[in-house]
Design a protein. Structure first.
Length: 674
């Protein structure tokens, strides 16, 4: 066993028995490289990464490759989910070298950590050849590597820097041209962007949903519904067991890269819950129900926390690791399980050329509404839906006999908080108390296990150990979760937690640039500071933080919060050229428009009345409230015993209160542009 045996990360532990003398990323490992004057191999991956496993088997389990690595290098394995900061910095290096980003990410660096070479997956022969050349160059011509490292390091620092642009408040008029540009890349057959592979990018569609409803852009709203429907039809979505895979390799959301990540499913629960409020589409409700059931049963730790991922690979019937083996079906399998309904089943789930994958296997996917298929077969939609449920139950029971994909059983604070927020959003849309109970249990778990008595968060929890000082993403998403819990419960303890964490962020992460660094000031510095400002499959932690500051600024009358957020938002949106990479910034930017309102509900029935409002799609309304006297600045002196009062405000200027829900809703609709 190498040093990784002492780690908690499942990905690092997978490599603990490799003949490579792997070390973890820490001060001692980096010091060893300097002391021995050896180049460093920095190999980054994650437990559910298929090609990471392939390279491990080809090279890292191979004695010949390991001998080269052990003789000439200090080899450091990094779990990108534990150390997203390390991953981000060295990913920039590979991209500056002209390579494509991806995982596994393999870097060779000088003993001081400055990179000199890198890429993603390498076959064993190429890997050995490159390493031997680099080792020889460092021994015989070190100046060449030092000179290149210096130039590359300057480039990394340059692209990593952020600059606050002091400019007048941006006009909302910048949005229509961005939307027009974005629409050019739409796939109008299957939704999403017209390219493959296809990632879900939930925040893209949360922004589009708000923009389409607020601007009455029916074509954009239709596109959002097309995308959500096609994603839900299967392949990418596991209709048998629930939950979404990370992306599809094709244009029609059919064949997924079968790994299932907590962060994807968390955000998609939020997205489908919000979309349900707009469309009342029962398919969206089904997706939320199935996904939350999957998350609880397969990723839940039984204490309110959630594990990180399920692997893409699992053992097939012959005991060989194969991608997707757990999920795919042969015709013989399906005929045996479904029986006399096989022909109808095949029509619903496309056991034909449309649903065929490879090697005699099918991935279940729909491409027509069940109502259409029911009518063609002289069935009621209710009857066909009942049969579909029976088929899925039968397939689920059969599938449970198979070898399950490997589980990454670490609990990450940020991803957990996203899932907790997903449960809050599901509660708001559907009113199911069990969703709220899960969200509360999740927040209690995070605060109980990952928040220290000194007020700082830990990033990862596993087997009773909280490790790794928290990143901005951990704080931003936990603040977002507890604000959401306050807004459905009006329990101010959640806001107090949010404010405490926010003040900690200003102390430990706020930078003179006007943005927040990804890593805390107490962390050992990397070769360049990392500022997360581009929204990706997960929104940028700075954009999430900006949204938190807008909300807390109103509720606490904290001008500093609001002004900081506005400067961040305006600085980013004025330079947006590629809107998919800044969709959460654009969503926060819309919160600065004249359409936005604040609503204070004060009275004995405030929580119940808020629950009714939450079931409507009101993204332009910030809701707060109380059932008693409150010292919260936004609610101060607004409670009158025995009365339910609704205060509709705009930019903290409030109208006279009204006493009925109907009057409040009417004012909100009239005053906004919905």
């Amino acid at each position: 066993m190498n040093e990784l045996i002492n780690e908690t990360s499942p990905y690092l532990l997978q490599h603990a028995a490799n003949p490579v003398h792997w070390k973890a990323w820490n001060a001692n490992s980096l010091a060893t490289a300097k002391n021995e004057d050896k180049l460093i191999i920095i190999s980054v991956g994650y437990s559910a990464c298929h090609w990471c496993h392939v390279m491990e088997h080809d090279s890292f389990e191979d004695v010949e490759a390991a001998a080269v690595m052990n003789e000439h290098f200090i080899s450091i394995k990094v779990d990108r989910e534990e150390r997203p900061d390390v991953d981000a910095v060295y990913m920039k290096a590979v991209q500056l070298m002209g390579g494509n980003g991806g995982w596994p990410l393999n870097i060779v660096a000088l003993p001081d950590g400055r990179p000199v070479w890198g890429g993603t997956y390498f076959p064993k022969k190429d890997w050995i050849d490159y390493l031997e050349q680099l080792a020889a160059m460092y021994k015989n011509e070190p100046d060449k590597l030092l000179e290149y490292a210096g130039r590359l390091h300057n480039g990394i620092q340059s692209v990593s820097a952020v600059q606050m642009k002091e400019s007048p408040a941006a006009s909302q008029d910048l949005l229509p041209p961005l939307i027009k540009k974005w629409k050019r890349n739409f796939d109008h057959d299957f939704g999403g962007m017209a390219r493959s592979p296809k990632f879900m990018m939930p925040n893209n569609y949360q922004f589009m949903l708000r923009y389409a409803t607020e601007k009455n852009d029916t074509k954009l709203l239709d596109f959002v519904n097309l995308t959500l429907t096609k994603m839900a039809y299967g392949g990418l979505f596991d209709t048998v067991g629930g939950g979404f895979s990370r992306y599809s390799v094709d244009m029609k959301w059919h064949v997924p890269h079968f790994e299932k990540m907590l962060y994807d499913n968390a955000q998609l629960v939020s997205l489908y819950s919000e979309a349900y409020k707009v469309s009342a589409n029962p398919l969206y409700k089904e997706i939320v129900q199935k996904t939350t059931k999957f998350v609880i049963s397969e990723l839940g730790n039984g204490r309110g926390g959630f594990y990180s991922a399920l692997d893409a690979d699992s053992l097939d019937a012959s005991g060989k690791l194969e991608e997707g083996a757990f999920y795919v079906w042969t015709i013989a399998d399906l005929q045996r399980i479904i029986g006399t309904d096989f022909e109808l089943f095949s029509e619903v789930f496309n056991i034909n050329d449309f649903g065929y994958w490879e090697k005699g296997h099918y991935v279940l996917i729909q491409n027509r509404p069940t109502a259409e298929i029911a009518a063609k077969n002289n069935l009621s939609e209710t009857e066909l839906h009942a049969r579909k449920i029976e088929w899925e139950h039968s397939l689920f029971s059969e599938r449970e006999k198979r070898n399950k994909p490997r589980l990454d059983d670490k609990c990450l604070t940020s991803w957990n908080a996203m899932m907790g927020k997903g449960f809050v959003d599901a509660y708001k849309a559907f009113g199911d108390q069990s969703y709220l109970d899960m969200a509360v249990a999740n927040a209690d778990f995070i605060i109980g296990e990952c928040l220290s008595t000194e007020g700082n968060l830990f990033h990862s929890y596993k087997a009773g150990r909280s490790t790794i000082n928290g990143y901005l993403e951990d704080y931003a998403h936990l603040i977002d979760l507890v604000i959401a819990l306050y807004q459905v419960s009006f329990e101010e303890k959640w806001l107090q937690t949010a404010k405490s964490l926010t003040d900690h962020c200003f102390q430990e992460f706020y930078d003179q640039s006007g943005f927040f660094t990804f890593t805390s000031k107490r962390d050992q510095p990397l070769i360049a500071q990392h500022f997360e400002t581009e929204d990706n499959v997960i929104p940028a932690s700075n954009s999430v933080m900006a949204g938190n500051l807008l909300t807390l600024g109103v509720l606490y009358s904290e001008t500093h919060y609001e002004e900081t957020a506005k400067k961040m938002i305006n600085s980013i949106v004025t330079d947006v050229d590629y809107p998919p990479a800044f969709s959460n910034w654009l969503l926060q930017f819309m919160r600065l428009s004249d359409a936005n309102r604040e609503l204070a509900i004060c009275g004995p029935d405030a929580v119940q009345m808020a629950a009714v409002l939450h079931q409507q799609y009101l993204p332009h309304v910030l809701i707060a409230g109380t059932t008693s006297d409150s010292n919260l600045p936004f609610l101060s002196n607004r409670f009158e015993a025995g009365k339910n009062l609704f205060y509709i405000c705009r930019n903290k200027t409030c109208q006279l209160p009204v006493e009925t829900m109907e009057e409040a809703v009417e004012q909100l609709k009239i005053n906004a542009v919905f």
